[in-house]
Design a protein around this ligand. Structure first.
Ligand code: FAD
Length: 453
């Protein structure tokens, strides 16, 4: 797609932030997203500095007839935050955050990563449910749901969103909250980037930490099935505030292993009692579970998911971590081609599951998110790693719940999977899409087709 030179010149005059075109020396770095499998070449990358710049972006995209990708942290596995020959609205220069400690709220710009967000909120002893890897963007994660270590006590990230400023497809800047544009507010909390460009989020914060009970225990792979069965049983009666996840992984020593990571963001003595069975089971080959700063818990598994490596993922929701799933997962992990890959079981529980599936656009509020994550560095291994994920995913199909997390939909998944991600809320989302973005300007996402009205 060729952009008319005059249109670009006009755009430069209305946009205060940087505009990066293919001739710019920063272009190669700027077009890169977290997943190195994604290789797209946008026509322009805009780095807005405020809502007025975002309005200019949307108007430029409309008049130049350009596809629009929106980038928060750039972590989307399908690379939906970068496009070929279109406009990328990259929030890398919008990282403002202001905490109101008395009201326990945060107003946060969409370029923030969870590490940056948590650091600021913890300065006041506050937090909200965020992602488990610090480098992930707050924006994409929030708009798709957001599970994390605090969800059992505080609900999902979407359950803690109080409002958002949004630039709509027609260039209007509106606020969405429980009292303004309430349909938009509902849709934003799980409907992703389908409805407009969020320029600011308002979150509810809670007292957390600075110390919590958290960490990881690791068991040898030959005991993986037993460990996962223990985990599934333990979680059936664990208190709501405890969020524990199980992972099949390869340790730094090169040995395959099965880990249980947990977080209890309450009274430390009580938390220590609650995680005691996790520490006693085994014995583990490694045990780093105990009192630790909440910020350390938020960085606990960062090293396992580095940026700029090749990734292919598939995800699924499970009603339970059943024996059948355990057998299939452990058998598959025995054949995993890359030591960087993992299989994760993360529960949706406690406060997150007490919210009705239609209270927000995010519907999947029970059971487990299962992520089959292949990470590798040698492109010659692409086929083997992709095939392993697909085979593993196929093996668990008889035991799944028929639902998937919108934020972990791959690039190659069809419309049926997108519908599964929105579940029972899809029809309502289609009607709201028709109202706010009838011509589907914001289509580079897990796309909701506007209802025909
Ligand atoms: C290593 C890793 C760990 C993860 N861990 C978790 C986890 O613990 N919990 C969890 O729930 N998810 C997790 N995820 C999934 C994560 O929620 C998604 O990858 C999410 O898309 C990341 O947000 P982002 O801003 O970095 O993404 P981006 O790729 O920047 O954006 C993804 C999409 O979000 C939309 N979007 C982004 N910003 C805006 C905006 N300002 N306005 C409107 N739309 C916007 C756009 O449609 C965009 O294409 C993880 C992903 C990775 C790669």
């Amino acid at each position: 797609m060729t952009i008319h030179a005059d249109a670009l010149k006009d755009f430069r005059q209305t946009h205060r932030g940087d505009l990066i075109t293919p001739q710019d020396p920063r272009y190669e770095e700027a077009r890169r997203v977290w997943n190195a499998m994604i290789d797209r070449r946008p026509a322009v990358i805009a780095r807005p500095r405020g809502a007025a710049d975002v309005i200019a972006c949307v108007r430029f995209a409309q008049t130049s007839n350009l596809p629009v990708a929106i980038r928060g942290g750039g972590h989307n596995i399908a690379g939906r935050s970068v496009c070929d020959e279109g406009l990328v609205i990259d929030f890398g220069d919008m990282k403002g955050i202001r905490i109101d400690p008395a009201a326990k709220t945060a107003r946060a710009e969409p370029g923030l990563r969870w590490t940056e967000f948590d650091r600021e909120t913890q300065a006041f002893g506050l937090a909200t449910t965020g992602g488990t890897i610090g480098d992930t963007g707050i924006a994409g994660l929030t708009l798709g749901g957001g599970f994390g270590w605090l969800e059992g006590k505080l609900g999902m990230t979407v359950d803690n969103v109080l409002g958002a400023d949004v630039v709509l497809a027609d260039g209007r800047l509106v606020h969405a909250s429980s009292t303004e544009n309430t349909d938009l507010f509902w849709a934003l909390r799980g409907g992703g980037g389908n409805f407009g460009v969020v320029t600011s989020f308002e979150y509810r914060l809670h007292e957390v930490g600075p110390m919590i009970i958290g960490g990881l225990v690791v068991h040898p792979f030959p005991r993986a099935k037993e460990t996962l069965k223990f985990f599934a049983e333990f979680m059936r009666t664990a208190p709501d505030e405890l969020v524990a996840a199980a992972v099949l992984m390869t340790g730094p020593d090169g040995h395959k292993a099965c880990g249980i990571a947990a977080a209890y963001p309450g009274d430390l003595a009580q938390g220590a009692r609650i995680v005691a069975p996790i520490k006693q089971f085994g014995p583990p080959v490694m045990d780093v579970m105990g009192p630790m700063p909440y910020l350390a818990q938020q960085a606990l598994i960062d090293a396992a998911m580095p940026p700029n490596v090749l990734n292919y993922w598939k995800a699924e929701f499970l009603r339970d971590v059943s024996d059948d799933v355990i057998d299939a997962a452990v058998d598959a992990f025995g054949r995993v081609p890359s030591p960087m890959s993992s299989i994760l079981f993360f529960p949706i529980r406690g406060a997150a599951s007490r919210v009705s599936p239609d209270a927000t656009a995010f519907p999947h509020r029970r059971g487990y998110h299962m992520g089959i994550y292949s990470l590798w560095t040698d492109r010659r291994q692409n086929d083997a790693n992709v095939a392993w994920v697909r085979q593993t995913w196929t093996a668990i199909q008889p035991f799944v719940a028929g639902a998937v997390y919108v934020n972990e939909l791959g690039d190659d998944e069809g419309v049926d999977r997108v519908r599964m991600a929105y579940g029972m809320n899809y029809d309502r989302l289609q009607r709201i899409k028709a109202k706010y973005d009838p011509r589907n300007l914001f289509c580079l996402n897990a796309n909701i087709a506007p209802a025909v009205v």
